[in-house]
Design a protein around this ligand. Structure first.
Ligand code: AMP
Length: 175
């Protein structure tokens, strides 16, 4: 029988107090280790974007890579990693954003996108939206056009959507 996104949602594991007290971590690994569930995720995003004028998938380190890479292969388009500062070897642009305490910086290669090409930005979980908003701004700084921002899971109560209001946003699973 074919797995559904409801099956994927049911497999997501709650881990309380990880990585720190008060955070309820959404653990996707049970949905990755089951081949029918992982395929259901990629099928879902591929069905949404097949035939769309996408040129690249940009994915956020590190769990975004899992979905982004498989989806890029499925759609037959390029994959661009957006990484934490200091990991990419060639010339980069960076974007710094605020965390609960302090700041973080992400980078992408300067030549990652052709001018104006349509980019799907993907990550596993939309929480406060700070990371994705910075990643989307970085894609735009490098000349890409955000076609849509996609997540497997949206934590609706954190209202991360408000930071991404300029973009089309899609998340098949909400908690
Ligand atoms: P954000 O607050 O939207 O900037 O989230 C930053 C990153 O942390 C995202 O890439 C998510 O994958 C991850 N993240 C944040 N909160 C959770 C959570 N409760 N469960 C799993 N991953 C999370």
């Amino acid at each position: 029988m074919t797995a559904t996104m409801a099956d994927v949602k049911a497999a997501i594991r709650d881990v309380p107090n990880f990585p720190k007290a008060g955070i309820l971590f959404k653990d996707i690994t049970p949905a990755l280790s089951d081949p029918a569930l992982f395929r259901a995720c990629i099928d879902h995003f591929a069905a949404r974007h097949r035939g769309n004028p996408l040129k690249k998938i940009a994915a956020i380190e590190s769990r975004g890579f899992i979905f982004g890479a498989a989806l890029a292969d499925r759609l037959g388009i390029g994959f661009v990693p957006i990484r934490k500062k200091g990991k990419l070897p060639h010339k980069t642009a960076e974007m710094t954003y605020n965390l609960e305490y302090g700041t973080a910086t992400i980078e992408a290669h300067l030549d990652a996108f052709a001018p104006g090409e349509n980019v799907l930005l993907i990550d596993d979980v939309l929480a406060t939206g700070g990371t994705a908003a910075a990643a989307a701004a970085l894609v735009e700084k490098l000349g890409g056009r955000i076609f849509e921002v996609a997540f497997l899971i949206e934590l609706s109560f954190l209202n991360g959507r408000s930071k991404l209001a300029r973009y089309s946003l899609h998340a098949p699973i909400a908690f």
